[in-house]
Design a protein around this ligand. Structure first.
Ligand SMILES: Cc1cc2nc3c(=O)[nH]c(=O)nc-3n(C[C@H](O)[C@H](O)[C@H](O)COP(=O)(O)OP(=O)(O)OC[C@H]3O[C@@H](n4cnc5c(N)ncnc54)[C@H](O)[C@@H]3O)c2cc1C
Length: 320
């Protein structure tokens, strides 16, 4: 089929020298209001020249259907669109059908994930009967489907190691095995200290220099609230540096609500400094986890000289 979207690795390869691309993650919206906000954020990032946008895959039935619908809509904007898929509560046959549906919708970019155990994200993982066990098996499944031969596959990688892996070395081996199985790049779990990213990059390159050539895209969460960053850290297993937490606490002065602007200022400054360090280290792209809000990401991009200043007259994103 001729109207497939470009693969993300091609998009990154075509970036003019000296320019650092950026991309954003969206979640499928829960209701009409959330969908309108997502559409506004998507329009903003389209205008700012995002290299690609991604759409996460939820745990529940209705949000799952929305992932594909939203991904198709974003692809038509047109934005290069990365659609996520997990193994959670799917048999292999169901996964095959979903993959074919993604292909028939003209999508080319897939983030192949295992997902977390339903109910208790940090609990023991057991696949459903007839399901798959690891993300690497999903990659093998994609590679066995003719309709999906054009897929450019990405995977998750973990700068601080996946919370269930017993050692960083074991975790690195599993990541490298996903790349060997046919994934072309990885996007990292969020992290708040660039050193974690750099050490992951070193570990992959040391274990397998060929796989180490594949892009490792850092996942960044712009910090706008102490409560929300603590929650994200809890869910992702990422480590919040004590020095950053202290700066945020100091800005909050015991009243997060009243001192929101000061917290945001510290958070956006910190995220900007992290991005600057990563750019200096030659990252292939900056991937922002937006929670469907454009403002915080645009502010970081503006500080980096990659976007105009956020225009309050837009009246958007009042919460972030
Ligand atoms: C960028 C990014 C996007 C994400 N998007 C989503 C999303 O949209 N929806 C969602 O539900 N979740 C999402 N997640 C979360 C992800 O699904 C969880 O972190 C999950 O626990 C691990 O998924 P994985 O694909 O890395 O699994 P896997 O690569 O299968 O690894 C899972 C665990 O098994 C181990 N392992 C892997 N292979 C083997 C093997 N052969 N033998 C023994 N152990 C092995 C790994 O070390 C790890 O501990 C995302 C994570 C990231 C970083």
């Amino acid at each position: 089929m001729e109207n497939y979207q470009l693969g993300i690795t091609d998009v990154l390869r075509r970036t003019p020298a000296g320019r650092v691309p950026f991309s954003v993650e969206f979640m499928p919206p829960r209701d009409d209001t959330a969908e309108q906000r997502l559409n506004r954020a998507a329009a903003t990032f389209h205008d700012l020249g995002a290299s690609f946008v991604s759409v996460t895959y939820g745990a529940g039935g209705s949000t799952r259907a929305r992932t594909q619908r939203v991904a198709e809509q974003l692809a038509q904007k047109p934005l290069t669109t990365l659609v996520h898929l997990t193994l959670v509560e799917h048999t292999e046959d169901e996964l095959r059908d979903i993959l074919k549906a993604y292909a028939h919708a003209g999508l080319s970019n897939l983030l192949a994930l295992r997902g977390d155990p339903p109910g208790d994200p940090l609990g023991e993982w057991t696949p459903v009967e007839g399901g798959l066990r690891y993300a690497s098996e999903l990659i093998e499944l994609v590679r066995s489907i003719d309709e999906c031969a054009h897929f450019d596959i990405g995977i998750a990688s973990f700068p601080e190691g996946h919370y269930r892996a017993s050692t960083l070395e074991e975790d690195t081996l599993h990541t490298v095995n996903k790349l060997r199985a046919g994934a072309n790049y990885s996007i990292t779990q969020m992290f708040f200290d660039p050193e974690y990213y750099l050490r992951l990059r070193d570990r992959i390159a040391a274990l397998d220099p060929v796989q180490g050539e594949k892009p490792i895209i850092p996942g960044l969460m712009p910090i706008t609230s102490l409560r929300s960053v603590r929650r994200q850290v809890e869910l992702s297993g990422a480590h919040l540096p004590r020095e950053l937490e202290e700066r945020l606490e100091k800005a909050a002065r015991g009243d997060e609500q009243a001192n929101r602007d000061d917290i945001r200022k510290v958070g956006i400054e910190y995220s900007t400094a992290m991005a600057e360090r990563l750019i200096a280290e030659g990252v292939p792209d900056l991937h922002f986890m937006t929670l469907n809000f454009a403002r915080a990401t645009q502010e970081v991009l503006h500080n980096l000289g990659m976007a105009p200043a956020w225009d309050a007259a837009h009246g958007q994103d009042v919460l972030r």
